[in-house]
Write a protein that binds this ligand. Structure first.
Ligand code: ARG
Length: 120
């Protein structure tokens, strides 16, 4: 119907802006990061204007359950406990932290550590 930008319905994202590069505040105090970009994309696709609500990480699921926000993007991983209370999307990021060793090391898995203990 060609409404003005300001007429757009609002989609509210809850986040905890203390988790760069996913969400943090820049020196000007604005919230930015990967999750903000993704949320803007989601809102745009759905025809909404995005509003971001910054709060404590531990309050995010409660805020969703009490309708204070419409969705949460906060670098949050699915856990069994959280999954009982909310629906998680398919993952949009996989992080694979690894330990590193010298090139050509034969210890590149946790299993390989077993039996390699230096005697005391
Ligand atoms: N991925 C971890 C979790 O789900 C840490 C997320 C922290 N996010 C934040 N915005 N502080 O618990």
């Amino acid at each position: 119907t060609g409404g003005k930008e300001s007429d757009k319905k609002v989609l509210t994202m809850g986040t905890s802006a203390d988790f760069a590069p996913f969400e943090s505040r820049n020196p000007a105090g604005e919230i930015e990061g990967f999750d903000i970009d993704l949320a803007n994309y989601i809102a745009e696709e759905l025809g909404y204007k995005l509003e971001v609500e910054d709060m404590k990480f531990d309050g995010l699921i409660g805020a969703l359950q009490t309708d204070r926000v419409d969705m949460v993007l906060a670098g949050m991983s699915a856990t069994e406990k959280r999954d009982k209370n909310v629906d998680f999307s398919t993952p949009y990021n996989h992080s694979g932290e690894m330990f590193i060793t010298l090139k050509d090391s034969d210890i590149t898995t946790l299993e390989a550590i077993k039996g390699k203990t230096v005697g005391v």
